[in-house]
Design a protein around this ligand. Structure first.
Ligand code: ATP
Length: 555
C-alpha cells in the first residue's frame, strides 16, 4: 500500500483502519470529480447516439443513390475496388438476402460486361470499316477496356454455387476479351497505315470497297452488283457450268485497301483452295454430320432470306473427332455446296511456316474472306492455336490467338457478312472456353461403322471395277473394325499394289497395263497385316464423352 508523507493513507485517517463503512464514503476530491464529469459524460453519450443515427441515415441514402447510378464509378485504378463495393452495396438488402452474396457481384459484372461489349463492338466496327476514324476507334477500345477492368475487379471469391460459378466464368471471359481488346488497341495505336481523322466524316470519303457486298435479294446496295464478291460469285457460277474447274481468284479486280498485297497474293495462291471440289456424296457415312452441316450451313446459304434474326446461321462450327475420318472433306464439301470461297489453313502452319507473320496473315485472310464472301475459313488442328491459355505461353502465340479471336468476333458481330469459320480438331478437350463459346455448333465426326467401311471400300475399288464380291467386302469391313477412313484408304492403296508385287522388277517396266491381274480378296488379307489401325480404342471414349457434354446431339 502506498503511504503518503502526511501520515494518512489515501482518503483515510490512520485510526480508521479496520473500521469498514468509511471505505464507501466519497471523499471530497472524488465528489468534485463526479460533479464536474457527470454532465460531460452525459453530453458525450447524447452526441454519440446522434452521430450514430446520422451515420445510419447517410448509409441508407448513399446506398440507394449508388444502386440507381452504378455507372458513376470512375475508371481509375483506385476506384476499381471502390466501384465494386459500391455497386455491391447498391443492391438492396432484400435482394441480397434472397439471392445470396454472389448475385450482386454477378449483376455488377454483367453490367460492366454489357457496357464493355457495346464500346468494343463500336470500336471493332470503326476499326474494320477502316474509314480513317482511328482516334474514335481507340477511344472506344479504351472505354471498353475500362469497363472490363471494372468488371474483372469485382470480387468473385471462393464461394460455391451456380452464381459464383457464373461470376467466375464471366470474369475469365472478360479477361480474355480484355487481352484481345488491349492487343487490338496496341496494334491500332502503333499502326502506320491508319490516318487519324482530320476532317468531319461526311467529307472524308473512304475509298474502301463496301465490305458487306450483299446480293440484291438480301437488301444490298446497288453497288453490290459491281462488288468483287459479286464478281467471284459469277466466277463460281461459271465454274459450276464447268465441273472440276475452280474459279481463279484475281486480286487485281479487288481494290483492297490497307492490306499487304504480297501477303494477299500468297493467301490466294496457297490458302484459298482451288483443288477438285468435294461433294457430300464423295464422303462415305457421316450421315449425322452431313445432316447437321446441311441444316447449319447449306440451307442458310441457299435461302438467306429465311435465316434472319433468331434463325441467323451460326458463324462458328467445330468439327471434332479422331483423325482421318473426313473432317477436312466435310469442310470442303460445305464450301463447295454452298458456293463459297474456301480458305484452308492449318493452325500449326501459322505457328511454324508463318512465324512472325501469323497475326498479319490472319488479319489479311479475314479481310479477303469478307471481300470474297460467301466464304468458309477452315482452320485445321485448331487446338494447336486456340488451346487453353497456359502460364509461360509465349507472346507471339498469345497475340496470334488474340488476333484470331478478334477477327472471329468481327465476322460474328456483323449480321451481313457471310463468312463461316470452321475449325477442326482431334483434341477438343484442350480448347479454351472462349473458343468453345465462339464455335457454337460442334459436330462429332466419328469412326466409320461396318456398313460405312464397306461402302468406303466399294467407293475406293470403283476405279478398279469393283473386283471384290459383296461377301468379301463385308468380311474386309468386319476385319477392319477400328480403322479410320484414312486407314481404310491406306489399306486399299496397299492392297492395290498386290498385283504389282507379284511381278519382277523387269516385268514391272515392260508389262502391258491391261495384263496386270485384278485386286483380290487375298491382297486385302495380306495388307491387313501391314496396315494397322491408327486410332487407339481407348481415346474413342473420350470423344464420346466430350460429345455428350458439348457436342450438337440429336441433329
Ligand atoms: P485430320 O484430323 O488428321 O486432319 P480429317 O478428319 O480431316 O483428318 P480428312 O483429311 O478429311 O480427315 O480425310 C483423310 C483421308 O481419308 C481423305 O483424303 C479420304 O481419302 C479418307 N477419308 C476419310 N474419311 C472418309 C470418308 N468418310 N469418306 C471417304 N473418304 C474418307
Amino acid at each position: 500500500m502506498h503511504r503518503r508523507g502526511n501520515g494518512r493513507f489515501w482518503g483515510r485517517k490512520r485510526g480508521d483502519r479496520g473500521k469498514g463503512p468509511p471505505r464507501d464514503r466519497p471523499t471530497f476530491h472524488s465528489r468534485n470529480v463526479y460533479i464536474v464529469a457527470a454532465p460531460l459524460l452525459f453530453i458525450f453519450a447524447i452526441l454519440r447516439i446522434i452521430a450514430y443515427q446520422l451515420w445510419v441515415v447517410l448509409e441508407i441514402l448513399v446506398g440507394r443513390s449508388k444502386a440507381i447510378l452504378p455507372s458513376a464509378c470512375l475508371p481509375n485504378q483506385k476506384s476499381k475496388y471502390k466501384c465494386q463495393s459500391e455497386a455491391e452495396e447498391g443492391m438492396s438488402g432484400a435482394a441480397k438476402a434472397s439471392v445470396g452474396p454472389a448475385a450482386p457481384a454477378l449483376a455488377t459484372q454483367k453490367h460492366h460486361h454489357r457496357k464493355a461489349f457495346e464500346y468494343i463492338s463500336k470500336a471493332l466496327k470503326i476499326d474494320e470499316e477502316d474509314s480513317g476514324r482511328k482516334e474514335q476507334a481507340i477511344e472506344m477500345y479504351k472505354k471498353g477496356i475500362a469497363e472490363l477492368e471494372k468488371g474483372i475487379a469485382v470480387n468473385v471469391g471462393q464461394g460455391q454455387g451456380d452464381h459464383w460459378d457464373k461470376a467466375r466464368r464471366l470474369q475469365q471471359k472478360m479477361m480474355t476479351n480484355m487481352v484481345m481488346a488491349q492487343d487490338r488497341l496496341d496494334i491500332l495505336a502503333s499502326s502506320k497505315m491508319w490516318k487519324p481523322m482530320k476532317q468531319p466524316l461526311a467529307v472524308h470519303k473512304s475509298n474502301t470497297l463496301p465490305r458487306n457486298s450483299r446480293p440484291a435479294s438480301t437488301g444490298g446496295s446497288s453497288s453490290a452488283t459491281s462488288s468483287p464478291a459479286r464478281k467471284f460469285s459469277h466466277q463460281r457460277q461459271h465454274s459450276q457450268q464447268n465441273p472440276g474447274a475452280r474459279p481463279k481468284k484475281d486480286l487485281s479486280s479487288l481494290k483492297l485497301k490497307n492490306i499487304d498485297k504480297k501477303l494477299a497474293e500468297t493467301i490466294i495462291n496457297e490458302i484459298v483452295d482451288t483443288g477438285p471440289p468435294v461433294q457430300f456424296k464423295d464422303i462415305a457415312g457421316q450421315d449425322t454430320a452431313k445432316q447437321a452441316l446441311h441444316e447449319i450451313v447449306i440451307l442458310p446459304a441457299l435461302r438467306p432470306e429465311l435465316f434472319t434474326g433468331l434463325r441467323a446461321p451460326a458463324r462458328g462450327l467445330l468439327l471434332f473427332g479422331p483423325p482421318g475420318n473426313g473432317k477436312t472433306m466435310l469442310a470442303k464439301a460445305v464450301a463447295n455446296e454452298s458456293n463459297a470461297t474456301f480458305f484452308n489453313i492449318s493452325a500449326s502452319s501459322l505457328t511454324s511456316k508463318w512465324v512472325g507473320e501469323g497475326e498479319k496473315l490472319v488479319r489479311t485472310m479475314f479481310t479477303l474472306a469478307r471481300e470474297l464472301q460467301p466464304s468458309v475459313v477452315f482452320m485445321d488442328e485448331i487446338d494447336s492455336l486456340l488451346c487453353e491459355r497456359r502460364e509461360g505461353e509465349n507472346d507471339a502465340s498469345r497475340r496470334l490467338k488474340t488476333e484470331f479471336l478478334v477477327q472471329f468476333d468481327g465476322v460474328a458481330g456483323s449480321s451481313d457478312d457471310r463468312v463461316l469459320i470452321m475449325g477442326a480438331t482431334n483434341r477438343p478437350q484442350e480448347l479454351d472456353d472462349a473458343v468453345l463459346r465462339r464455335f457454337a455448333k460442334r459436330v462429332y465426326v466419328n469412326m466409320p461403322g461396318k456398313e460405312t467401311r464397306k461402302s468406303m471400300l466399294t467407293q475406293l475399288l470403283a476405279k478398279h471395277s469393283n473386283p471384290l464380291t459383296s461377301d468379301e467386302l463385308s468380311e474386309v469391313a468386319r476385319l477392319t473394325e477400328g480403322y479410320s477412313g484414312s486407314d481404310l484408304n491406306a489399306l486399299a492403296k496397299d492392297a492395290a499394289l498386290g498385283p504389282i508385287r507379284d511381278l519382277s522388277a523387269t516385268e514391272v517396266k515392260t508389262v502391258d497395263a491391261n495384263k496386270v491381274r485384278g485386286i483380290k480378296y487375298s491382297d486385302f488379307m495380306e495388307s491387313i497385316r501391314r496396315i494397322r489401325k491408327s486410332v487407339p480404342a481407348d481415346t474413342l471414349s473420350k470423344y464420346e464423352h466430350w460429345n455428350q457434354e458439348y457436342g450438337a446431339l440429336g441433329v
